[in-house]
Design a protein around this ligand. Sequence first.
Ligand code: GLN
Length: 499
Amino acid sequence: MSTTAPQADAPVEGATWWAARVREGDMSAVEVIERHLERIRERDAAARAFLFVDEKGALERAAAVDRARADGAALGPLAGVPVALKDLFVTKSMPTTAGSRILEGYVPPYDGHAALALAGAGGVIVGKVTLDEFGMGSAGEHSSFAVAENPWSADHRVGGSSSGSAAAVAHGLVPAALGTDTGGSVRWPASCTNLVGLKPTYGRISRHGMIAFASSLDQAGPMARTVEDVATMLSILAGPDRHDATSLDTPVEDYVASCREPVRGRTVGVVRRAIDDDRVHPDVRASVQRALAALADAGVALVDVELPSMDLWVPTYYVICCAEAASNLARYDGMRYGRRVAGADLAETIERTRTEGFGPEVQRRILVGTFVLRKDSYDAYYGAAVRARARISAELDRALATCDALALPVSPEPAIPKAREADDPVTAYLRDVFTVAANLAGLPALSVPAGFATSDGATLPVGLQLVGRRLGEGPLLSLAGAVERILGAGRRRPGDKAP
Ligand code: GLN
């Protein structure tokens, strides 16, 4: 680990940087992959990011990239770049567990959209990374297999549920990873590890082959060290897909160009109530304010916006995500995929499979979801949540009619300390207070490195959250690009001295 301050003009060794090495012939794709596989062998025992590494397959795919280059074929934007997938994306040649014992041993018969699109752009999927079971959690602790470590602090969690995706990039094992975000699971671990993480507009990226948690909220989201890398991945993944009827058939913009566009004349709506909330750590507040000041210096107009429905966000999200989870997870019965624990008859087999296969957080959500969907509680809970969701969505759209993006913290506090008192579920759920609204409204949102917080003696990264208009990924990436260039916070690596 380096102990010098990061150089303001040195290139960041991100996904596009590695792609340029291969394209320009500085290194072969096989060399790039070998180097990263070596890092995985050396560091993953400490990072605990990977659940499965496909060394042989990755080297074969890299060799194919090198052959294509030798033949003079056009190389994709990620040619030769190692990528890790959250183990919620199905992959034909690799096991897919969703972080759950119930899918242990399952090897899907097909590649989903993410695996196909990334490979189509020359990306080399090196393996599958850990997560909270089915994406349910915020600290990575609800994985049945591996709890990823945060390279910024041995005493803090990496953030979840895309904990392996964040750890794999933050530990330098791969330059880019794909996560999923149902209520913040890309933005929050990105914020905890000084990465850029984007949750696109609902439907911008096909969900084909992405194991469902809450179908009306789930989106895949790229995580990487730079805004340009995230934009590059979005360009590859976005677009209509005949396998997902909710994928949007709207043109895919040049997102890489967007992240370099000037921001002068843009308007950002400042969600004062979130920033000034008593629960917000003073260094989180200061980082967000510094990022906003930087945008103002770059010519962005800041306006205050009111979002009176904020108190409804967490309860609405948890009723809806549990209802959808209860329904989506009904398919895991031991008959079709993964694990089966035999009982005396069919009913007992299903019961034992689900009791032993699902961890406690997943069982809790299935129970809550089943309760809120019961005939006699449906209207008071699920129906009420659907109505609240419409109100929240209308309110965000109204606020975004006056600005290009909303600015607020990702979460009230920096990374979660390991040594905290065991959380009751509600305390854990309340950490999602600032992220879930974007999912409820289907809007794009990202986290971009904005500063650092000192907490329990550790220096922990803090992201700024920006929420954009429906399909407003372009302006969102422009604003994030400006924050990145002006603040330079994302350049700092674990162990670096403050610049
Ligand atoms: N922390 C939230 C939850 O536990 C979000 C999870 C996610 O985005 N996958 O539901």
